[in-house]
Design a protein around this ligand. Sequence first.
Ligand SMILES: [Zn+2]
Length: 74
Amino acid sequence: MAQSRCIKCGGSNFEVVHANNLEGTTRAVLFVQCMDCGSVVGVLDFLNMSVKIERLKNDLRIMVEKLLDRITVN
Ligand SMILES: [Zn+2]
């Protein structure tokens, strides 16, 4: 796998920081930035919706299984 590099300085170390200087939204956003020069190379949703959706999917599966158990028992 190729080494990920910053397109500005060539650095290969990145960090995630809160986007405190982002205007025009009230949503909490995280920047993925180069640790050497600070160039933003990506953006993440602070709420991490994919993780929440996966948990919701699992909760729904468990609920359906419990309901199906009740139906088959009675
Ligand atoms: Zn850089």
